[in-house]
Ligand binder design. Sequence first.
Ligand SMILES: [Zn+2]
Length: 90
Amino acid sequence: MDADEMSEGEAISEWEMPDLEANYAQKERDYYRAKMAKVGTVIICPWCGKRLIKRTYQHKFCSTTHKDRYHNTINPEKQARARCFNSRRR
Ligand SMILES: [Zn+2]
């Protein structure tokens, strides 16, 4: 009955990420998995979710662009949280 409302919903931009916190958590999880994975096994680029073979010990991203983006996006957030954590340490 409300078909018009449904089609309007599809117009939402992909740039809007309502669940940003969950998104970061997923990226951090993929980053950790990629970090711990053995060379030669399949890892998931923490930034875009692409599957790739881990080439070197430090290899975690499909490209340096995604590596930079990940660190620019995740780290400030993480550091702020860590600082908050430390100041509240008992
Ligand atoms: Zn990527």
